[in-house]
Design a binder for this molecule. Structure first.
Ligand SMILES: C[S@@+](CC[C@H](N)C(=O)[O-])C[C@H]1O[C@@H](n2cnc3c(N)ncnc32)[C@H](O)[C@@H]1O
Length: 329
């Protein structure tokens, strides 16, 4: 089935309007029919990390899915169940993308980041009821792979969103994060308004440094494994990393108070350790890029900032930015 055979595109006028509307991605919907798309290069970072994950048979969540490029790739690489979520509602476009790529994934629109856990809970409750009455595969709650790409710098509380994403990940699972970031060796976030004007678009918010992101991840029981980046203007970068859900907080010697930091009254309401229960714990396989990530001695985690500094910035070819019908990664 291709885009031309979809009912709302069969009419030539509607097809033209549909294709000419705002599209975030340049995606081929039928041979030679490509949506206009903005061709932002950062999705190439997420694709690069995803291409090193063994996705066969996995359950995946894509937070901030836009028009569903990431879920298409997850399905094509063998993910069994893919749930995609977004604060916007692009149901018509996502339906078209699903049909064009023959990719069967769930799309939950109009879910703001603060409502993700409730939406997933409701979905799970519905699946349990269906299972009781109709049988089939036993529903599961946690995800093996969670992607949160291009979202953190759009939200007012990036730590809350990281904690939400982490809450949905089962132990041994992998999380991919991509965001606009400050490439400084410091622990801070720059706000998008810099006194003389906005740094990026007016609806953007915070740009964390990479060491801060590394600290946040470990504080949320995530073990950083690898990173990649590309240049974005004068003083920002686009940065992506992958981290594994673990049962402890990988703590540096100078972070001995990290355990007490988790006594903060909000912490347990943000990192919901009860959200994923009875999930498998087998590590999802990730094959690191070359040159190898810089590991922290004795901790087993990758030092994200040091790794970034050893890696050249990605300069993605157009075919890593656009999605074509024959792409698998
Ligand atoms: C820059 S796009 C990134 C799209 C895609 N994940 C990628 O990396 O190419 C940001 C996406 O996050 C969604 N988003 C932004 N803020 C959000 C929020 N607070 N809650 C839910 N979704 C949000 C937007 O609707 C959009 O789909």
């Amino acid at each position: 089935m291709n885009a031309e055979s979809l009912p709302w595109i069969a009419d030539p006028e509607r097809r033209k309007a549909f294709l000419e509307q705002y599209w975030y991605y340049a995606m081929e919907l039928a041979p030679g029919v490509v949506t206009p798309g903005q061709r932002f290069p950062n999705v190439a970072l997420t694709r690069d990390l995803l291409s090193r994950v063994e996705l066969d048979g996995t359950r995946c969540l894509d937070i901030g899915t836009m028009e569903g490029l990431v879920p298409v790739l997850l399905k094509r690489r063998g993910a069994t169940d893919v749930v995609s979520i977004d604060g916007l509602d692009f149901s018509d476009k996502v339906a078209c993308v699903k049909a064009a790529y023959g990719a069967d994934f769930a799309y939950l629109p109009n879910i703001m980041s603060g409502s993700i856990l409730r939406a997933l809970d409701d979905r799970y409750a519905g699946e349990v009821t269906r299972f009781r009455y109709a049988g089939g595969r036993k529903p599961q709650r946690g995800f093996d792979v969670v992607v949160c790409s291009g979202v953190l710098y759009h939200v007012f509380s990036p730590f809350h969103v990281l904690a939400t994403a982490r809450s949905t990940l089962r132990p041994g699972g992998l999380m991919i994060i991509e965001t606009a970031a400050l490439p400084l060796d410091a622990y801070m976030m720059q706000y998008n308004f810099a006194g003389t004007g906005y740094v990026l678009g007016p609806s953007d918010t915070w740009f964390p440094t990479v060491p801060l992101l590394d600290h946040f991840l470990r504080f949320l029981k995530l073990m950083p494994l690898d990173a990649c980046w590309l240049r974005a203007g004068d003083h920002l970068v686009r940065f992506a990393c992958i981290a594994r859900a673990v049962e402890h907080r990988p703590t540096l010697p100078q972070e001995t108070l990290m355990e007490q930091a988790a006594w903060n009254l909000e912490y347990d309401t943000l990192l919901r350790s009860d959200f994923v229960q009875e999930a498998p714990t087998m590590p999802v396989t990730y094959v690191p890029a070359d040159p190898r990530p810089v590991y922290r001695p004795g901790l087993g985690t990758c030092d994200l900032h040091a790794t970034m500094r050893t890696r050249l910035p990605l300069e993605p070819a157009l075919d890593r930015i656009e999605l074509r019908l024959d792409h698998r990664t």
